[in-house]
Design a protein around this ligand. Structure first.
Ligand SMILES: Nc1ncnc2c1ncn2[C@@H]1O[C@H](COP(=O)(O)OP(=O)(O)O)[C@@H](O)[C@H]1O
Ligand SMILES: [Mg+2]
Length: 229
């Protein structure tokens, strides 16, 4: 059974009387452990597609299955539970909680689903922060960290709950090319070590090259889908 399956997924946004077709029939299967990049020009539907996969929104038509479970027609409350237990998110603007330290941002994410003892949570959080290269910076708040460091916190936050799938929407768009490559390499490392499935959108060829699957979106449709390595 595939981890993720989309069949004829369409999304139409409505703005008053105007209909904007953002996805126009997406068929896609993603297997556990893949590191997939979705690329295409601005407006091609990358964010919309990730939002559908991430259960942040539901399609207008078509079916989405995660782990064999149909998620395309769930209520908002059910979607929130699917997200909480199965999906990690990394955003372009990092989206960390500004008043919390790096440690607390990661701890907050895991406390929602893991009710282990204080000490075990602490071990998990410190370990993942070390894995992403933030040892020694645990007590800094987001405004005391560089963009690359903030995005590493976001990667740790997405991974600490060991989700089936991590979705990253242009995660390196605000980073310089060297920092962007470093952040992507950390995601690759976590993908190899934990077997976590990654799907990330980008229009930066320099970060795309690390993926093992490339999906090109054009006008809400998949125009090419290639695997490598
Ligand atoms: N909430 C929305 N309401 C109306 N139109 C939207 C909304 N979100 C996205 N769109 C439109 O859907 C299309 C795809 O957008 P998006 O998924 O954000 O593309 P990308 O992430 O590739 O830039 C664009 O034409 C965009 O203007
Ligand atoms: Mg986008």
């Amino acid at each position: 059974m595939a981890l993720l399956e989309l069949k004829k997924v369409k999304k139409v946004y409505r703005q008053g009387k105007i209909e904007v077709p953002a996805l126009r029939g997406i068929d896609l299967t993603v297997e556990q452990g893949e590191f997939t990049t979705i690329f295409g020009p601005s407006g091609s539907g990358k964010t919309t597609l990730l939002n559908m996969i991430g259960c942040l929104d539901t399609p207008t038509e078509g079916e989405i299955k995660l782990n064999g479970n149909k998620v395309s027609k769930l209520s908002q409350k059910q979607l929130a539970m699917v997200r909480r237990y199965n999906i990690g998110f990394i955003f372009q603007a990092y989206n960390l909680i500004p008043v919390l330290t790096a440690y607390e941002n990661v701890e907050f994410a895991i406390r929602l689903i893991d009710h282990s003892k204080e000490l075990q949570i602490k071990e998990k959080v410190l370990k993942i922060l070390e894995e992403v290269g933030l040892k020694g910076l645990e007590n800094r708040r987001p405004n005391e960290l560089s963009g690359g460091e903030q995005q590493r916190v976001a990667v740790a936050r997405a991974l600490v709950k060991e989700p089936k799938i991590v979705l990253a929407d242009e995660p390196t768009a605000n980073l310089d090319s060297k920092t962007a490559a470093d952040v992507v390499k950390i995601m690759i490392k976590m993908n190899k070590e934990l077997g976590t499935t990654f799907i990330f959108s980008t229009h930066d060829p320099a970060v795309m090259k690390y993926a093992n699957r490339y999906i090109n979106l054009k006008d809400g449709m998949i125009s090419t889908d290639e695997r490598r390595g």
